[in-house]
Design a protein around this ligand. Structure first.
Ligand SMILES: Cc1cc2nc3c(=O)[nH]c(=O)nc-3n(C[C@H](O)[C@H](O)[C@H](O)COP(=O)(O)O)c2cc1C
Length: 209
């Protein structure tokens, strides 16, 4: 409980555009509620399946070379083969959220108010960036406390949002930005391959080209 408070406190001090603090956070630690959320089904969209494929590397070697994206081996083989993507799209069926949240005693759902935006910010880009600052502040605190912080973007999908609005009595004008699964990793030995572009790849001096 003390650690959760520290994570929320770190989020509280995140910078936001115009200091709007444009978020609400629902902490869910009630077992029955977590079970109910776990039974919500989500249909992978064609958009997700195809754009997800664009980010996959088929081996560690390829990922190390590309330095962007994620390792495709975390996905079923059909999801990683361009020849079988059409089949995946056709056969995709709703899967329960259980798989995504299981093992976690606490999840947090971050909401924002669609009726407001950062002043003159088209599409509230500045508001969205502020939510990213909130995410990062909480993430850094959780990591420093040895708590795993798993972002779950799927919570903002239409299907999940609709169900959660009903279950958690969230007003219509609020939107789910993302959710986080907190917990302690079972294994500390698992090493994930982490890649990044080199600083020289994305830094431009004095002009773009
Ligand atoms: C806005 C945002 C959304 C993300 N959504 C997810 C997600 O839905 N599922 C997930 O497993 N990781 C998610 N992540 C984590 C990224 O996949 C992760 O940061 C990236 O793959 C790099 O991994 P690394 O930082 O461990 O090297 C998200 C991160 C951000 C910033």
């Amino acid at each position: 409980m003390r650690k959760l408070r520290l994570i929320l406190e770190a989020g509280r001090w995140a910078p936001t555009a115009h200091n709007m603090q444009n978020y609400e956070i629902i902490v869910i630690d009630d077992k029955k509620l977590l079970k109910a959320i776990g039974s919500i089904k989500v249909q992978p969209s064609e958009e997700f399946i195809r754009e997800n494929y664009q980010q996959l590397s088929s081996s560690k070697r390829e990922l190390l070379r590309k330095k962007v994206g994620i390792l495709g081996t975390a996905f079923p083989p059909k999801w990683r083969d361009p020849k079988t993507l059409d089949e995946v799209v056709r056969e995709a069926k709703p899967e329960p959220l259980r798989e995504t949240i299981q093992g976690s005693p606490t999840i947090m759902i971050v909401l924002y108010d669609t009726r407001k935006r950062a002043p003159a910010s088209k599409g509230d880009v500045l508001g969205m960036m502020s939510l990213g600052c909130l995410m990062e502040n909480m993430w850094l605190m959780a990591t420093s406390l040895g708590i795993s912080f798993h972002v779950m973007s799927v919570f903002s999908s239409i299907d999940v949002e609709r169900e959660l609005k009903r279950t958690l009595e969230i007003p219509d004008y609020m939107k789910i930005a993302f959710a986080i699964r907190l917990g302690y990793s079972k294994s500390t030995s698992t090493k994930f391959l982490r890649v990044r572009r080199d600083v020289e790849d994305f830094t431009h001096y004095n002009r773009f080209s």
